[in-house]
Every structure is written in C-alpha cells, then in structure tokens.
Design a protein around this ligand. Structure first.
Ligand code: MN
Length: 230
C-alpha cells in the first residue's frame, strides 16, 4: 500500500501500571445525571442519547501532572463537564446490560469540554452539536485504570474544582443510565470496538472557565486529573 501522505499517529491513553490504550472512537452520553438534566432544562427521565468526539480530541494527562488546553476559538463560554470514562476492551453489538462488564477494559477521569454558547445556538436551530462538543482538545483524560484493579465502579464521589473551589459534586450511583445500561443502548446503535471510550455524562454544577484557570477532576478510585486552560 502506498499512502499519499503519512498516516496520523494512533491516539493512545496511558494505562496505569503500564501499556498504552489505543483509542478507536469517543462516544458521549448526554444529560445522564438528573440534576444536570434539570439545570439544562429537562426532567431527567428522557431515554439516553449520544454524541461523539473525534479520537484526536484527546488530551492525555499523566498522573500527577497538570495538562493544558488552549482556550478554544469562537466561544465566549467554555464549560467544564467532569465525567467517568469507560474504556471498552472487547467489542460487540447487541450487548445486554447483564453481560456488559466483560466488555470493559477499565475506567478514567475525563473532561467533556464544551463551547456552551455554540452548543446552545445549535440546539436552538436544531442543528448538530459538533461545533460545541467535538472541537480540538475537547477531551482531556487521565490514565486508564484496569477494571481488574478497580473492580466495577458503580458508586463513589465524582467532583470538579476550579482554582481550588468545588463546582461539581456528585456520585456515580446517581447516573440515570448506569454503565451497563449505557453499553446496552450504545451497542444497539453501533458495534462497539476495542479502543472505544464512553464519556458517561456529567453531574450538576457545570460552568465556565477562562484562560488562567486550573481544573481538578476527581473520581474515587481513579485519582485526579489536573488541566490548565491557557
Ligand atoms: Mn457531557
């Protein structure tokens, strides 16, 4: 095969304890915590829905380091959304919730960074969210922790602070559609592949950050993800 230009390098996320997880696709769940659904103007009882980010939106941040993202173009309202990220190790279609656990390679802390003003404008016009959600550097993520080491993550604190002040605070047990149910819904619509990441939704308290701010996202059992906006 003769490529007409160099193929992009694979996008990978470090695995705690060693190795690199090659990223295939990034799926995201919308409004998956009741209080966040309510703060966005919904009841929290709607069926799950999904959007995607490109794999190369990933910004990987090593344990104990502070990563950085540029303040993106076009927006005046960049929002943080802390999320549990599920890393798929074994693909499949039509996966039942009861069988979902064996498809999970591990978990990470992620940020679904959002150009909220652009997303809101697209919502209003009934247009796709890509420009608000799927832009460059929109998916900072910490190391992936193997499920074999963490066990199933069904409860535990999920928090985000900006410059040391807590902004988002929830518990994984408050997910409207839990990880297994999310995998069932997703795999009914797409064939999941090894390397897929699922951003599972954010608890209430989303808000704006500006250049100079540092976010610290934490999930019990997964450590902390520090990202500066520059
Ligand atoms: Mn989100």
């Amino acid at each position: 095969m003769s490529l007409v230009f160099a193929a992009p390098a694979p996008v990978t996320v470090p695995v705690a304890g060693g190795g690199e997880f090659p990223v295939h696709r990034i799926y995201c769940v919308g409004r998956n915590y009741a209080e966040h659904a309510q703060e966005m103007g919904f009841t929290g009882r709607e069926p799950p829905f999904f959007f995607m980010k490109p794999a190369d939106a990933i910004v990987q941040v090593a344990d104990g380091q502070t990563g950085s993202i540029p303040y993106p173009t076009l927006t005046k309202n960049l929002h943080h959304e802390v999320e549990l990220v599920v890393a798929i190790g074994q693909g499949g279609a039509g996966i039942k919730a009861a069988d979902a656990a064996r498809h999970i390679f591990g978990y990470a802390v992620g940020l679904d960074m959002t150009r909220r003003d652009l997303q809101n404008e697209m919502k209003k016009q009934g247009r796709p969210w890509c420009i608000g959600k799927a832009y460059d550097h929109s998916a900072p993520i910490g190391p992936i922790h193997r499920a074999a080491a963490t066990g199933e993550l069904a409860r535990g604190a999920i928090t985000l602070s900006v410059n040391g002040a807590v902004k988002q605070k929830g518990d994984l047990s408050e997910l409207i559609w839990n990880v297994a149910e999310t995998i069932e819904y997703l795999s009914a619509a797409w064939t999941l592949q090894p390397g897929d990441l699922i951003f599972t939704g954010t608890p209430a308290g989303v808000g704006a950050v500006v250049a100079g701010d540092t976010m610290e996202a934490q999930i019990a059992g997964l450590g902390s993800l520090r990202v500066a906006v520059v």
